[in-house]
Design a protein around this ligand. Structure first.
Ligand code: RP5
Length: 164
């Protein structure tokens, strides 16, 4: 079995609706991954243990999604030098602007690469992780190029309805 390369963590099972879009991309590209709930405020010891073990387990990046006061990506980044890709999950009351600000506004010194709010951000975080892995994997780079070419073809084939 291939060693896990990308970890996908989220603050709650309620984040899965968003974060499943990251996992779908990793599966599409055949990347060995894991997905689990690691809540920053409800499981802080587990969060630290996960982050502390990430490098020795061989993880190449961690995709971390959370909503509201979204501490998870930043706190994981504080405990590992494995790159952390943060996904702001849309929150009930502030539609994810709180999540975005919590994740993107990391003070200098401990970066979290921050993506768009919601499913597009989750998918793009995974595509970014694929791009990182593709630096060392020519076959994966070819698959990423093919994916982009398919998108180009689909956009070129788009037609518009007649004006009303
Ligand atoms: C955060 O609180 C999670 O990341 C989630 O987005 C939000 C709400 O969690 P639940 O109350 O749905 O478990 O920790």
């Amino acid at each position: 079995m291939q060693a896990i390369q990308i970890g996908v963590v989220m603050g709650s099972s309620s984040d899965w609706e968003t974060m499943q879009h990251a996992v779908a991309v990793l599966e599409q590209f055949g990347i060995a991954h894991e997905a689990r709930v690691v809540s920053a405020h409800r499981m802080p010891d587990d969060m630290f243990a996960y982050a502390e073990a990430a490098a020795s387990r061989g993880l190449k990046a961690i995709i971390a999604g959370a909503g509201g006061a979204a501490h998870l990506p930043g706190m994981i980044a504080a405990k590992t030098v494995v790159p952390v890709l943060g996904v702001p999950v849309a929150s009930r009351h502030l539609q994810g602007v709180d999540s975005l600000h919590s994740i993107v506004q990391m003070p200098k010194g401990v970066p979290v690469a921050t993506f768009a709010i919601g499913s597009a951000g989750a998918a793009n975080a995974a595509l970014f992780a694929v791009a990182l892995l593709a630096n060392e994997d020519a076959a994966l780079r070819d698959r990423l190029q093919a994916f982009r070419a398919e998108q180009t073809q689909a956009a070129r084939a788009m037609t518009l309805p007649p004006a009303a």
